[in-house]
Design a protein around this ligand. Structure first.
Ligand SMILES: Nc1nc2c(c(=O)[nH]1)N[C@H]1C(S)=C(S)[C@@H](COP(=O)(O)OP(=O)(O)OC[C@H]3O[C@@H](n4cnc5c(=O)[nH]c(N)nc54)[C@H](O)[C@@H]3O)O[C@H]1N2
Ligand SMILES: Nc1nc2c(c(=O)[nH]1)N[C@H]1C(S)=C(S)[C@@H](COP(=O)(O)OP(=O)(O)OC[C@H]3O[C@@H](n4cnc5c(=O)[nH]c(N)nc54)[C@H](O)[C@@H]3O)O[C@H]1N2
Ligand SMILES: [Mo]
Length: 748
């Protein structure tokens, strides 16, 4: 059989001409080649917030910052293609279910509300009011409000998120799972317990002052390209950049800023990482504990390593962490991390030699069984040298979706804080439910058991982004009703309940006209900056409604309440006034978003105010994780290619890793290949097994030899989500273990 696509050597540098060319090709394919006006509005004072990722804006709001990720996110939203009524008439749902994620994405923007007709197996047009009435009718007939689940993806604006949670809580449930449950939940839990606030403590200015930046489990070249600008600047002024990543990621090695014309033309690049360590998957906790051990040795040898004054004044629990690290055996740390003692000590020496240190991380740390423990060990590392709450230092969980952090701030959470509920109840004169709702994994289980019957998705792709695809899809098919508020067609729409509706909404780049005039929304970035976003494009269809307007329509059709939903939506200033009334940090909200660049929400830990209950930052001891792989299994990580945004597949290349025209590949170490008599290009299946004893199989992956430690493997999600058992999640944060799935590799 002729092999599709090709494999070449991984790129030697990221960014540069390749990024410019790829961006241009995407823009042209979507009819936007001449539309640079749109890109120039991204992240500008009077423009829209880039829907790409949550990395902060450039500091000067007038300076356009080119980003390949952003260009793709924008072109795919602003595409001239349409999945309209003619499209749905031509394709039955059975037909659409046979297509892959890439094909579905290529069909373009949704244009009008659609309702599934089980007699014809087609989605057919339905009016907005009729759709709202149908939803209201079902919600009013459920036995308990907790039979409804309200999911949110992280592109939803603050205004929409606030209205959505208000509606859900007035209806009577805290069932607000969100994409965060599968993403940075482990960070939120770990930081919340250790330092009293579940958000990062640094601002973008800190990157200009740091002496060392440690990057754990993150691939910024693909997922946060604008972060590379900061890393490049830092590297150029001599800041040490230390990467911990099982894979050699091109952009963490060398980078050419695509906006720097001369460097791009010459193909010259900047070295990013001064040091690059490749732990085995799941090996970070041991590596960090080893660093702490080494720092203690240094302290004994020469002193001056610990910030004892900080430890005494600001923390609790140090002695337990110290004793635990002292007692840890180097052999165990080395075996558990996959790094040599020398490497661990070298990393610790860099840490000790840097006055100000920032630690960044993303999914490589959060999507592991011991994620919360790993992250709290990382916080221990920061605390022992007082690296939280001073300039140029701190914790930096790099968020994913552009407003995932803001949605949480607005109350999209299944475990709301009592103070928030109290203020919400007082402002809107009702009694919000106090019992905890479902997170994403719990929601799927409740749906499977018939304890939840209604699922509404505010954006996202619930069926594909979640773990255990076969189990999850079978569960979703039991629902009484699914409602998807979406911009684009995706797999989630094709897993049909008894009733299924698609409600198409405006995207970030589009004009939002309401009764009170043209509206703006707000978002919060990864570093707690809140700012306005205004779309300027003509909407993809005159029938689209904004997310707030859709929520208001559903709320009015469901609830008997005194809230004037239509008035709130006529002018979003009114929603912001309510947000200001409920959340103290948003006082004078409407005034403060007028400042260019927005405003900073503040971070208690940054001010060394520790809201942990004890009034101190807490050191926490965690044991090394047990090895969950048997001798024949590999640790599989499921990650993003360069041409996707989560389940949105833009294209079939993964340029920096040398993959062209395909996604069904598995990256393996050459020795693991030899041991299994596998060659480059051999077709294999990947097989996992859950605690339920059931085998799960993902079929048809082409083997690609790669620079990855022995015993480790990597492949793309969402195709591999079929392998993630529903019961395999991080302790306490419930984040699916998407970065550590024990698998057998079987030749086809
Ligand atoms: N273009 C683009 N941008 C995006 C997204 C996208 O899909 N496409 N998604 C957005 C979202 S929602 C998120 S959350 C972020 C995700 O951003 P990332 O977290 O960068 O995304 P992943 O591809 O999941 O990559 C995880 C990295 O962790 C490494 N890794 C895996 N296992 C381990 C481990 O055990 N230890 C260590 N140290 N490293 C490990 C992998 O090699 C990989 O480099 O990006 C956001 N931005
Ligand atoms: N195996 C594995 N699974 C994972 C991960 C992993 O690394 N490995 N990563 C996890 C992570 S970090 C995350 S964040 C989740 C992501 O989970 P989700 O957020 O649920 O998934 P997305 O693919 O980002 O959602 C894409 C859809 O959102 C809709 N959309 C886009 N823009 C808008 C908008 O402005 N408004 C509305 N209403 N809809 C819009 C479009 O219809 C599009 O098809 O996936 C998780 N799943
Ligand atoms: Mo994410």
């Amino acid at each position: 059989m002729a092999k599709k696509g090709s494999v070449s050597s991984p790129a030697r540098a990221a960014g540069g001409m390749g990024a410019l060319l790829s961006s241009f090709q995407h823009a042209r394919a979507h009819g936007l080649a001449a539309d640079w006006h749109t890109f120039l509005k991204a992240n500008q004072g009077d423009g829209f917030d880039c829907p790409g990722c949550a990395w902060p804006e450039p500091k000067k709001p007038s300076s356009f910052e080119f980003c390949e990720n952003g260009v793709k996110a924008i072109t795919h939203e602003a595409t001239t293609r349409r999945a309209d009524r003619a499209f749905f008439a031509a394709h039955s749902v059975s037909d659409l279910r046979a297509r892959d994620h890439y094909w579905l994405e290529q069909q373009g923007r949704l244009t009008e509300p659609m309702r599934y007709n089980n007699r014809t197996d087609h989605y057919e047009p339905i009016g907005w009011d009729e759709a709202f009435q149908k939803i209201g009718k079902i919600l009013r007939t459920l036995d308990s409000p907790d039979e409804a689940v309200f999911y949110t993806s992280g592109r939803t604006s603050n205004e929409a998120a606030f209205l959505y949670q208000l509606f859900g809580r007035m209806y009577g449930t805290n069932n607000f799972p969100d994409c965060s449950n599968m993403c940075h939940e482990s960070s939120g839990v770990a930081l919340g317990e250790s330092i009293g606030i579940g958000k990062g403590t640094v601002t973008i200015e800190d990157f200009e002052k740091a002496d060392a930046v440690f990057v754990f489990g993150q691939n910024p070249g693909t997922n946060h390209p604008r972060m590379l600008t900061e890393l490049q600047k830092a590297a150029k002024r001599g800041c040490r950049i230390v990467s911990f990543n099982p894979l050699k990621e091109a952009a963490l090695l060398r980078f050419t800023h695509p906006q720097h014309a001369v460097a791009t033309a010459l193909g010259s690049s900047t070295r990013i990482s001064s040091h690059y360590y490749q732990p085995i998957i799941g090996g970070d906790l041991a590596a960090i504990k080893g660093m702490i051990k080494r720092l203690l040795e240094l302290e004994e040898e020469r002193g001056g390593v610990l910030d004892q004054a900080f430890i005494d004044q600001h923390t609790q629990g140090w002695l337990a962490v110290r004793d635990d690290a002292r007692a840890a055996k180097w052999d165990d740390l080395v075996a558990n991390s996959g790094l040599s003692k020398q490497q661990i000590c070298e990393a610790a020496d860099i840490y000790a030699g840097a006055e100000r240190v920032i630690v960044c991380w993303a999914m490589g740390l959060t999507q592991q069984k011991q994620a919360v423990g790993t992250l709290q060990t990382l916080v221990n590392l920061l605390l022992m040298r007082g690296n939280i709450g001073r300039p140029g230092a701190g914790a930096c969980p790099v968020r994913g979706h552009s407003n995932v952090q803001g949605d949480r701030t607005m109350g999209i959470i299944e475990k709301p804080k009592p103070a928030f509920l109290k203020a919400l109840g007082q402002t809107f004169d009702f009694k919000p439910p106090e019992h905890e709702g479902h997170n994403t994994v719990e929601a799927i289980k409740a749906i499977d058991k018939g304890r939840a019957l209604f699922l509404m998705s505010m954006g996202g792709n619930f069926a594909a982004a979640t773990p255990d695809t076969a189990f999850t899809e079978a569960a979703l098919a039991k629902l009484e009703m699914t409602v998807h508020v979406s911009t684009k067609l995706n797999r989630g729409h094709l897993v049909i309940g008894n009733e299924s509706l698609i409600l198409p909404c405006l995207g970030r780049t589009e004009r939002d006209q309401q009764a009170g005039g043209l509206q703006q929304v707000t978002v919060e970035d990864s570093m707690s900056m809140v700012h306005a976003s205004r779309g300027h494009r003509e909407p993809a269809s005159p029938q689209l409604r904004s997310e707030p307007a859709i929520i208001a329509g559903i709320a009015a059709a469901t609830l008997k309440s005194d809230v004037d939903w239509a008035a709130l939506v006529a002018d979003y200033d009114r929603i912001r006034d309510k947000i200001a009334a409920v959340i103290p940090a948003f006082a004078d909200f409407n005034q403060r978003i007028k400042q260019p660049g927005g405003f900073y929400l503040g971070n208690s830990a940054r001010d060394r105010a520790w809201t942990t209950g004890a009034g101190k930052a807490l050191f926490k001891v965690h044991p090394l994780p047990a090895n969950e792989c048997d001798a024949n299994q590999l640790r599989l990580m499921t990650m993003r290619s360069h041409d996707q945004f989560n389940t949105t597949i833009y294209g079939l290349d993964d340029r920096y890793r040398g993959i062209r025209g395909k996604r069904m590949v598995v990256f393996l170490n050459r020795e693991d290949m030899a041991e299994r008599s596998l060659k480059a290009g051999t077709e294999v299946d990947l097989i996992s097994q859950g605690r339920d004893g059931k085998k799960r199989r993902a079929q048809g992956f082409e083997v690609v030899p790669y620079d990855i430690p022995r015993g480790c493997a990597a492949a793309y999600f969402p195709e591999t989500n079929v392998l993630v058992p529903i019961d395999s999640y991080a302790a306490r944060s419930y984040t699916p273990t998407s970065k550590f799935i024990p698998v057998w590799v079987e030749r086809r």
